[in-house]
Design a binder for this molecule. Structure first.
Ligand code: NAI
Ligand code: AKG
Length: 896
């Protein structure tokens, strides 16, 4: 099997795609020659070093495909860092899909959710290699919660499998508290990236690996004093080097050696000149590599800061992945590109994408500039570093000729600390295929009600076909028991066109309205839609949702989901998605604008001059430099704001109920009162939950400094606005900015009167108060990004049943079925989380071959997804009905 096929195989592992899809993930797939222990340990050591400043690292490792094309072993190593507060959590050992998925879920929630991260469970998994070459196993491990580390202790998670009749049969996972005493605890016992006497941290390392090679592969790494470009190559003579088995490249010092497990590597001295031709000739091979990992910490260790803070590239990664919506999207896009590469990305696509990355890269750089703090980096040759990042950004979506550039940059510029980028895999032709012609013309009652079943279309899901690489692979089968035009979508509140287009492209019937609807009209409309998309205005409470008989999914094209009764929705089998960060930057930027506007009374001056009044005053007008900004709620918005405010010379303090990593030199405070007493500007960025209702009222205003300012862009219920009015009238506050209100109109117009909220007229009369119509997230960039993200989630849910990113259901995903699996059916069974259900469900499914199955629960609702094979068309209805008849049923969907 060619390397690219192996790569393709790898990407078809259900969790591989899911994994690479996630933000905050670094993946590395080394070759297979090295001993597992040694590999894990070395990965472990490397990753540990970076994981403190990024939220997670995951490495996984797969043994080559065997003669049947099955993956014989997959194990992972995973660290979850919490920033700088302590040791990362460590998951170490053979781990399967559910752990990864679960852990990823946790990673996602680490910054938002705190309640369910304390319990760690044990679990079993069973699975088997599916008949296809790219076998993996599906597991239902019950590791429910992992503790985020805020202490020096960490969790050691070990998962094991046993083999019965040569097959992995079950996996047992254990989690125990690990008491660590410093980094040395995790020193590697063996090393993939042996530094030849120097500690790995003294080296720059670029690791580059093909995903899974067919047959034993040589594992090479080259260590030099400053820069290393190591690569795990395929055993196949693909690298084109003299030996045909390895290649290496380094710029910089010549003191290096190969390290190889299979003895093929050369050891000793070689010059970069000797290696360069090998690399040059092997470059195309590495085009299919999935991951590049650069590590260099010595050069960027800052003299006045501890090691973990000195890491540069994790900061960049974090900037890229967490902070800047554009850059995050860019990176996600690339990861997505990686995942979809086999299906959708042509060489030309990649090149086009590359050129599109220019502004994105620039945005990232600007962001990084702000975040790192200009002064700190000036002395460190920041400009060079930024060039590297730009190049690296560009590299991630280009073939590996650019890898060469990247490695050159890495070696030239010692500022690199570490970086992990997913490389695009080589794309290939996906034939349209006509293989699935058994058109079904029968009617099966399913989650959409009674619809004519039709053949699953042959087109790939949501992706154009590609033509690169020349291999003919079966396309992903689109699972639909319905005609796409039968899917009715209602979009309210002017959902961005990007999102509308994605849904329309699926063939769904989309009705998009500019505003929210009054309840009576909403009830009428919602009766027969399958999908509804809303923003913050439309209230989807039980009284509305109970009329939505066909509704299977809600998309909140915003961050907040407080407008939806999430529990009712889940209990009625309605999945809810949102876009957790796409507009965070827009809100934060608005806050920056408002802080200065308030400090300079610009709103008033502007109004006066519009009314012909020249009022040139300086009294009560201030610079923001040196003033204290108090951020309440240090999540996506709050932390973005923190970084920007510091760049303007403000001192930042924050209060959050969760212990979170500070950005820059911001300081956490322990109580809200402490923040209110110190801050000149108080900004609120908390969710609407019972604890935050009127969290700023008379008592809190009393605690604020005389002449302070209040800004609220969270939710209208968070501030007691009548109390604010009184405080402003009494002259205690110098100004305020409100973007959100307890009641907000459904559409644009002259609605901002006492009819909306009875304090409105008083509010409008106040001086130096900025009143904006909930526009914090209203920018072209944010709306477009949200549109794409939420629409994607909706399509995946409708077409494939996957719940990744859902806010009210467990996150469950299985790899896509392909056209090679014509008699496969995907069963989705949303059910009450009560004992005995799985047994009954499996009794029903057990008449068929269950290829893979995944189930998880969230609260009292559980979600089961299973792909079963050898199902005759005539059996689908009975299967569906048997599941429907179970008492535990909430909703059954059968897709094929
Ligand atoms: N005005 C607008 O257009 C927009 C408004 N928003 C609002 O802003 C809110 C915050 O957005 P993100 O930063 O993305 O959310 P996030 O979930 O990333 O951060 C919220 C933070 O508030 C913290 N928090 C929760 N309860 C708290 C309490 N009682 N005291 C202190 N901290 C508390 C959480 O721990 C979390 O760190 C959203 O929930 C949404 O309601 C979001 C986007 C646009
Ligand atoms: O853009 C909107 O309608 C809502 C923005 C918002 O408040 C959110 O994303 O939570």
């Amino acid at each position: 099997m060619a390397l690219e096929d192996s790569k393709a195989a790898f990407l078809r592992i259900p969790w591989a795609a899911a994994l690479l899809n996630r933000p905050n993930v670094i993946c590395r797939v080394p070759g297979s020659r090295q001993s597992k222990q040694s590999l894990e340990d070395s990965l472990f050591a490397e990753i540990l070093k970076t994981s403190r400043t990024i939220n997670s690292c995951i490495a996984f490792y797969a043994k080559p495909l065997d003669s049947d094309g099955n993956i014989t072993e997959v194990s992972t190593l995973m660290t979850i860092g919490d920033g700088m507060n302590g040791h990362p959590n460590i998951l170490h050992g053979g781990i399967v899909a559910s752990i990864i998925d679960e852990a990823m879920g946790i990673l996602q929630s680490i910054n938002h959710e705190r309640d369910h991260m304390t319990k760690v469970g044990k679990g079993f998994a069973h699975g088997e290699s599916p008949p296809q070459a790219f076998g993996s196993f599906t597991a239902t491990l019950n590791i429910k919660y992992l503790k985020p580390v805020h202490t020096p202790d960490s969790l050691l998670v070990t998962a094991r499998y046993t083999k019965r009749e040569g097959r992995k049969e079950w996996i047992h996972a254990e989690v125990k508290q690990h008491h660590s005493h410093g980094e040395d605890d995790y020193a590697p016992s063996g090393s993939a990236v042996d530094s030849g006497g120097n500690s790995a941290s003294d080296s720059a390392v670029i690791l580059l690996s093909p995903a899974i090679s067919n047959g034993p592969a040589a594992e090479h790494s080259i260590q030099v004093d400053r820069a290393v470009f190591g690569m795990a190559g395929s055993r196949e003579p693909t690298v084109g080097s003299a030996s045909g088995k390895k290649a290496g490249f380094c710029e910089g010092e010549d003191d290096f050696r190969f390290d190889s497990a299979d003895g093929l590597a050369c050891e000793g001295e070689a010059t970069s000149e000797q290696l360069r031709p090998q690399l040059m000739s092997s470059v195309d091979t590495y085009m299919s590599c999935s991951v590049v990992l650069l590590v260099q910490d010595r050069a960027m260790r800052l003299p006045d800061r501890p090691f973990v803070e000195g890491c540069v590239m994790p900061s960049v990664l974090k900037a890229a992945l967490s902070f800047h919506p554009c850059s995050r999207r860019c990176f996600q896009g690339e990861m997505q590109c990686h995942c979809d590469a086999l299906r959708s990305v042509t060489f030309a696509d990649a090149q086009r994408q590359d050129s599109a990355l220019g502004p994105m890269g620039a945005a990232l750089l600007r962001d990084f500039w702000d975040q790192a703090g200009a002064a700190r980096w000036r002395a460190q040759g920041r400009a060079k570093l930024l060039t590297c990042i730009t190049k690296a950004c560009r590299v991630i979506c280009r073939p590996s000729t650019h890898l060469l550039q990247l490695s050159t940059f890495a070696s030239q510029y010692k500022e690199f600390h570490s970086i992990a980028f997913v490389m695009p895999t080589a794309a290939r032709d996906i034939p349209q295929g006509n293989g699935h012609s058994d058109s079904l013309a029968r009617t099966v009652s399913n989650s959409f009600g009674t619809l004519d079943l039709s053949t699953s279309p042959t087109a790939t899901f949501h992706s154009p076909l590609s033509s690169y690489g020349g291999h003919q692979k079966p396309s992903t089968k689109q699972l639909k028991p319905f005609q796409t035009q039968d899917v009715k979508v209602l979009l309210l509140e002017n959902v961005n066109k990007t999102g509308q287009d994605i849904l329309r492209k699926q063939g769904y019937r989309v009705e998009a309205l500019k505003s929210a609807l009054p309840d009576d009209q909403l009830i009428e409309k919602i009766r027969d839609v399958h999908v509804i998309g809303i923003r913050s205005k439309t209230q989807l409470r039980a009284n509305i949702l109970k009329h939505a008989k066909n509704l299977i999914v809600i998309g909140c094209f915003c961050i907040g989901t407080n407008q939806v009764d999430l529990q009712y929705a889940a209990q009625n089998g309605i999945c809810v998605f949102n876009s957790p960060f796409s507009n965070s930057r827009s809100v934060a930027e608005l806050m920056i604008g408002e802080i200065i506007t308030l400090a300079r009374q610009l709103g008033d001056r502007n109004n006066e001059l519009h009314n012909g009044v020249w009022n040139k005053v300086s009294a009560g007008c201030w610079e923001v430099r040196g003033k204290t900004l108090g951020i309440v709620g240090y999540g996506h918005v709050g932390s973005q704001l923190s970084v920007m405010a510091e760049a303007m010379g403000m001192k930042v303090i924050f209060y959050d109920v969760v212990n979170l990593m500070s950005m820059g030199v911001a300081s956490p405070v322990h109580t809200l009162e402490e923040l209110l007493r110190q801050a000149d500007f108080v900004t609120l960025h908390v969710p609407e939950i019972p604890e935050t209702m009127n969290m700023i009222s008379t008592a809190q205003f009393d605690q604020m400094k005389q002449g302070a300012y209040l800004l609220n862009a969270s939710r209208g219920s968070v501030v007691d606005i009548p109390a604010l009015i009184k405080t402003m009238q009494a002259g205690k506050l110098a100004g305020a900015a409100l973007d959100v209100y307890p009641n907000e109109p459904g559409g644009n117009g002259e609605h901002f009167t006492n009819k909306l909220n009875d304090f409105t007229e008083d509010l409008r009369k106040l001086k130096n108060i900025l009143l904006t119509p909930h526009i914090g997230g209203s920018t072209e960039e944010a709306q477009s990004a949200i549109g794409a993200e939420v629409a994607d989630s909706l399509v995946k849910y409708v077409n494939l049943g996957t719940t990744s990113g859902a806010v009210n259901m467990p996150e469950v995903t299985l790899r896509s079925l392909t056209m090679d699996e014509p008699n496969h059916v995907r069963v989705i069974y949303i059910h009450k989380n009560v004992p005995g259900v799985l047994r009954r469900v499996n009794e029903i499914l057990g008449d068929h071959n269950v290829d893979k199955q995944m189930t998880d629960s969230r609260g009292d609702v559980a979600y089961l997804m299973a792909d079963i094979s050898s199902v005759n068309v005539s059996e689908i209805k009975d299967l569906y009905q048997s599941l429907e008849d179970l008492g535990s049923r909430i909703r059954t969907r059968v897709l094929y």
